[in-house]
Write a protein that binds this ligand. Structure first.
Ligand code: NAD
Length: 288
């Protein structure tokens, strides 16, 4: 079964749009996401354009602050400080990567944890790691991990005690996904570039989450019959020049109970998670 991210995303955005009509009636405004874009990186510019488009579909206010590539660290920091203070901004997303002369860690530290829609601040990362149960009402779960969990939930995949292998241990995908899966009582093995026999581990897995960044890395021989495969990767296929995931979807799909395609899977829902996180920030602001 091929997960249909486009249709699921359309349903989520429709539901958000309805909710935002009610929020406007009640509070006189809709939640507002502010995206800080420094420079003109092609991928980032496209992603931010997609944020604006999807925010519009969800009935959310989205304001993009565009800063030139030559901006100093202090310029970016002062932008974030003023967004932190702005009572009409609920969520702040600083688009990464930043130009090399700007230290990412310093920028992330400056974002107010209450407006951290991507769950990247130290405060929110530690909240996630301290959480023993799946109650994330007081902070934002990072968008991509949130969308991975959403897909598993939508597809009614039972996670309790299931053998789950996460490939990748980055702070933005692999690690938070692993923690979220643990909180659902899955048995989680986190693999990385030093893992000795990845194939043996994958062949036993009921659920695989691939966040590696290597085109079509997971082949059909690595996956057991009936597995659920969530492909987070966004790569360029060297053979075709087209976008592809970390999984060889065409070869792996016939063996799977569920597989997410690239494009059209996790990525579709990640932007929805961003909108949902912005709405959650807005609601916490008004209801605590
Ligand atoms: P990263 O480079 O930070 O992490 C990659 C991980 O893969 C590392 O932990 C590394 O140890 C592991 N790895 C590399 N080679 C391996 C191997 N041979 N065997 C086992 N593990 C190996 O990347 P990231 O930021 O976590 O992103 C991973 C992928 O997900 C990328 O393709 C990225 O573009 C994509 N991504 C997608 C979304 C989305 O919304 N769909 C969001 C973020 C990232």
């Amino acid at each position: 079964m091929l997960f249909d991210g486009k249709t699921t995303a359309a349903h989520i955005l429709q539901a958000l749009e309805k909710e935002n009509i009610l929020l406007r009636e009640e509070y006189g405004r809709v939640p507002c996401l502010s995206v800080v874009l420094v420079g003109e990186d092609y991928g980032s510019t496209r992603y931010v354009a997609s944020c604006e488009k999807n925010a519009q579909r969800a009935g959310l206010d989205c304001r993009v602050v565009r800063l030139p590539e030559s901006s100093s660290e202090e310029d970016v920091l002062s932008t974030i400080y003023s967004l932190n203070e702005d009572n009409n901004v609920d969520g702040i997303l600083v688009q990464m990567p930043l130009p090399k002369h700007i230290r990412q860690e310093r920028i992330v530290l400056a974002i107010s944890p209450e407006k951290d829609v991507d769950g990247v601040t130290d405060a929110n990362v530690s909240q996630l790691w301290k959480q023993k149960h799946n109650n994330y009402s007081q902070f934002c779960v990072p968008c991509t991990p949130r969308s991975v969990m959403r897909i598993l939930k939508e597809a009614e995949i039972d996670l309790d005690g299931r053998d789950t292998v996460v490939i990748g241990r980055s702070n933005i995908v692999g690690m938070p996904v692993s923690k979220l899966l643990l909180n659902e009582n899955a048995t989680v093995t986190v693999c990385h570039s030093h893992t000795k026999d990845l194939t043996a581990l994958l062949r036993q897995a009921d659920i695989i989450v691939a966040a590696i960044g290597k085109p079509k890395f997971v082949s059909a021989e690595m996956v057991k019959e009936g597995a659920v495969v969530v492909d987070v990767g966004i790569n360029t296929d060297p053979a075709t020049g087209k976008m592809c995931g970390d999984v060889d979807t065409e070869a792996v799909a016939p063996k799977c109970r569920l597989i997410t395609p690239v494009p059209g899977g996790v990525g579709q829902l990640t932007i929805c998670s961003l909108m949902e996180n912005t709405m959650d920030c807005f609601k916490r602001l008004h209801h605590g």
